[in-house]
Ligand binder design. Structure first.
Ligand SMILES: *Cc1c(COP(=O)(O)O)cnc(C)c1O
Length: 376
């Protein structure tokens, strides 16, 4: 069986280093807000090309606390509208509703699965204050165009970079395009911890200070609380694990690109639509770090079963769009019609891709996809 993502194998690549980093933390006797976190924050900020990185407990908190911090600073308030792609993972939208801001869902661009700048412009109202740009599946959103819209209309941009560590346009990476950016280091992400972890990156020192306080009970000075904060910290152990894995991130992204290239060049079947590739040589396209390789087909159930019967595990990212989730019953976007988003959710299926998937296995998957027919 070719599994969708073999985390054990992925972490085995760093086994000795992870174990010695773990031992270092155990022996330090210091487990929260210490030197491991501090040095990871410096290294990840440098990697993204920004001044500040603030580690938090997970990717959802990264987004929630950033919006919360802008509220504390008076730059956002309850009821403000936030433009967000309708086809994102629900976490992006939860971060908005958790803060009592109003998500304005817009249809994505069908080719890229990311925000379509024209749809963003059409969704602007007098209440719009922010664009939440999600770099879905590892592809950087159209940041130059979105930044121009934000600039012209005085909007904040928050990036959801949970799936796009290292993706760049003109050398400028995810995490450095927006006013701030939320990252997840969930184990299955391209940079994954051995548990939950997340971070915010920003060049805004004032914002960084507020987030640092919010993640730690609203306190920047022991026993002095200036905000009604939360407990959302990135543990020393996880920071140490992430430092080990960050060193190999670019090399591992390159391996993912090689798999993406094999799929993009090899899969030729009228029943399957491949994800768009901007550069004919997928390996040169720095804007996509291929967190997921998402294909589309009208025959998803058939293809999924066929691949499973032939020893290939696939997943669906995601089967139900946020506006169809019962959690949002009572919200004005609940069960509103988003035809592009709904057809994406009906048709997408993700093929295995990772730094440990072999080229032999990828070629086997290509052959299976090419041999897929509808046996009527
Ligand atoms: C994973 C993910 C998140 C949330 O990250 P967690 O660490 O699981 O909280 C947010 N947005 C997107 C797009 C994600 O893929």
């Amino acid at each position: 069986m070719i599994s969708f993502l073999d985390l054990k194998e992925i972490n085995s690549l760093h086994r000795d280093e992870l174990i010695s980093a773990c031992a270092r933390v155990i022996d330090s006797g210091w487990y929260i807000n210490g030197s491991e976190l501090e040095s990871f924050e410096i290294e990840f900020a440098e990697y993204c090309g920004v001044k500040h990185c603030i580690g938090v407990a997970n990717g959802l908190d990264a987004l929630v606390l950033t919006i919360r911090a802008w509220k504390e600073l008076g730059r956002l308030k309850e009821g403000d509208e936030v433009i967000v792609p309708a086809n994102t993972y629900i976490a992006s939208i939860l971060a908005i509703t958790e803060n009592n801001l109003v998500p304005v869902l817009v249809e994505p661009d069908e080719g890229t699965f990311n925000l379509c700048p024209i749809n963003v412009e059409n969704a602007l109202t007098s209440k719009t204050r922010m664009i939440l740009a999600v770099h879905l599946y590892g592809l950087l959103a159209a940041m130059p165009a979105l930044a121009a819209i934000a600039e012209e209309n005085g909007l904040i941009i928050l990036e959801d970079s949970a799936q796009a560590h290292g993706a760049s346009i003109n050398g400028r990476r995810a995490g450095s395009w927006g006013d701030a950016s939320g990252f997840s280091f969930y184990p299955g992400k391209n940079l994954g911890a051995l548990g939950d972890a997340g971070a915010i990156t920003t060049d805004d020192t004032e914002l960084a200070d507020v987030i640092r306080a919010l993640r730690n009970y609203g306190s920047n000075e022991k026993y002095k609380n200036i905000y009604l904060g939360v407990n959302s910290r990135l543990d020393e152990i996880q920071a140490a694990m992430l430092k080990v894995k960050l060193k190999d991130l670019d090399a591992h992204v390159l391996l993912r690109k090689k798999i993406a290239k094999i799929y993009s060049e090899g899969i030729k079947n009228d029943l399957i639509k491949l994800p768009c590739v901007f550069n004919a040589d997928a390996m040169l396209d720095s804007s996509n770090v291929w967190h997921l390789f998402v294909i589309r087909t009208q025959y998803r159930e058939e293809l999924k079963k066929y691949l499973a019967d032939n020893g290939v595990q696939t997943l669906v990212h995601y089967p139900i769009p946020p506006h169809m989730q019962d959690a949002y019953k009572g919200y004005d976007f609940y069960k509103k019609h988003f035809p592009i988003t709904e057809s994406i959710h009906d048709q997408v299926i993700s093929l295995p891709i990772s730094q440990t998937l072999t080229e032999v296995d990828a070629l086997r998957i290509v052959k299976l996809c090419n041999d897929f027919t509808l046996s009527i």
